[in-house]
Design a protein around this ligand. Structure first.
Ligand SMILES: *Cc1c(COP(=O)(O)O)cnc(C)c1O
Ligand SMILES: [Zn+2]
Length: 423
């Protein structure tokens, strides 16, 4: 294995099997998302020796995108195999003014709106579709709350592979256009995201969709692994160490669990020191089933019918919810949720103090960050990273009534003076 890798320059795939998250049953690395024994989700398990062989230098020698972490991912070791728009290595911004306003000592914003289709979904789609191509699929698809559809449609266009994306009919107009512009098929379903997801599960079982990879359904285990890169990247950008606190938005809860998995792996394979971290989750009041379960002290997640402006997070029946609860409890973190007005304030607070314009999901996360500081749940002295996962231009209606010109002035010096612009 190492001889071939050394001569070809291509590292081996470290993924070993699909492993049930509940009972530990193992399956080959195929298109499968649930355990045949107990119906729980499966995830990618790795050859620990292969992971431990990876060095910081190996990663640092890689490209300036998520594929620098290919030695820790289940696909894409061969650059020619990648189906990708090359996302990743997005800015980690030291947010001193926001930290001061919130009363935190050290705060960073990980700004994933800087990805090619302007959300963190490019990471998971690149990994899922690279795995899907390797498995022989010839069409790309997804069930989406908006950003995922943007990314699958763009990846299909880049790779020259047909795509078909399924979205709820009541998405923000900008998120419909930013999928449809790539001119794959865009199917608006007259129902909620949870209805869309159920339909897509059923479609994967039909003959007509046999060759179609739904990134978050039949190839979901590979999709989920792409989220790990948001953990790896923060650790590398901090100079190969872990932050003490991270605040993460939750829809299905998958992103949160995979950032935690990334930190765990980095410690296990010796790429960072074993320092404690705490994981915090953010939802909106219109869709808070995971946070509500945490507050109630139960493992039982009761599905909700989502409402509110944070549509990208509106998954009422979150598949990874139990694992998000586990990660937050194990690390001593917490979760909370915020109202639509707090989300709008969160978007504006982040914009005013950092120059980053976030979509509603970012507004949720910043508003929850603020709430957690005020409630004493976050340690003010601990180094904190807050994740912005999407771009404000996609959900511009959220704040278009709140902001506008501060002055409207006729084009003359006299008018400018009268308007107070000269002091
Ligand atoms: C999908 C999405 C999330 C959360 O993803 P999960 O892994 O399902 O929890 C967060 N932010 C944005 C902008 C998203 O599009
Ligand atoms: Zn099982």
């Amino acid at each position: 294995m190492s001889v071939i890798a050394a001569s070809s320059g291509i590292a081996a795939n470290p993924a070993r099997a699909l492993v049930c998250r509940n009972c530990g049953a193992e399956y080959p690395l195929i298109a499968q998302n649930a355990c045949y024994e107990c119906f729980a989700p499966v995830e990618v398990g790795y050859d620990q020796a292969a992971l431990r062989a990876v060095t910081r230098a190996d990663i640092e020698a890689g490209p300036h995108n998520i594929w620098r972490y290919a030695p820790l991912l289940p696909a894409g070791q061969d650059p020619a195999s990648r189906v990708t728009v090359n996302p990743g290595m997005t800015p980690l911004i030291k947010a001193d003014a926001l930290a001061a306003e919130l009363g935190l000592k050290t705060l960073w914003v990980k700004d994933d709106s800087a990805n090619p289709t302007h959300s963190f979904k490019d990471r998971v789609v690149s990994v899922a579709l690279t795995a899907a191509k390797g498995l022989g699929f010839s069409r790309f698809a997804c069930a989406s709350t908006g950003n995922l559809a943007n990314s699958v449609a763009a990846h299909g266009a880049r790779a020259g592979v047909p795509s078909i994306v399924f979205i709820p009919y009541d998405l923000e107009q900008n998120k419909v256009v930013t999928s449809a512009v790539y001119q794959g098929q865009v199917v608006a379903i007259e129902g909620s995201y949870d209805d869309v997801n159920r339909l897509c599960q059923e479609l994967t079982e039909t003959d007509e969709f046999e060759e179609t990879a739904f990134v978050n359904v039949n190839v979901r285990p590979y999709y989920a692994e792409g989220s790990k890169t948001l953990g790896y990247e923060v650790a590398e950008q901090l100079g190969w160490r872990l932050p003490q606190q991270v605040v993460i938005p939750m829809a299905s809860g998958e992103l949160l669990t995979k950032i935690d998995k990334a930190f765990t792996e980095l410690v296990e394979i010796g790429l960072v020191d074993d320092t404690p971290w705490r994981v915090f989750g953010a939802q909106s009041a219109g869709c808070n089933p995971i946070a509500t379960a945490l507050h109630a002290g139960t493992d039982q997640i009761t599905p909700v019918k989502p409402t509110g402006i944070a549509k990208s997070l509106n998954i009422g029946d979150p598949a990874a919810g139990p694992y998000a609860l586990e990660a937050v409890r194990r690390t001593g973190g917490w979760m909370d949720y915020v109202t639509d007005d707090e989300i709008r304030d969160g978007i504006q607070l982040l914009a005013r103090t950092t120059g980053v314009f976030a979509e509603t999901a970012g507004g949720v996360t910043v508003a929850v960050l603020k709430k957690l500081v005020e409630a004493g749940k976050l340690d003010r002295d601990a180094e904190t990273v807050v994740y912005n996962t999407g771009e404000g231009l996609k959900t511009i209606d959220a704040v278009s009534a709140q902001v506008g010109p501060t002055h409207t002035v006729r084009p003359s010096l006299k008018a400018a003076r009268e308007a107070g612009l000269l002091g």
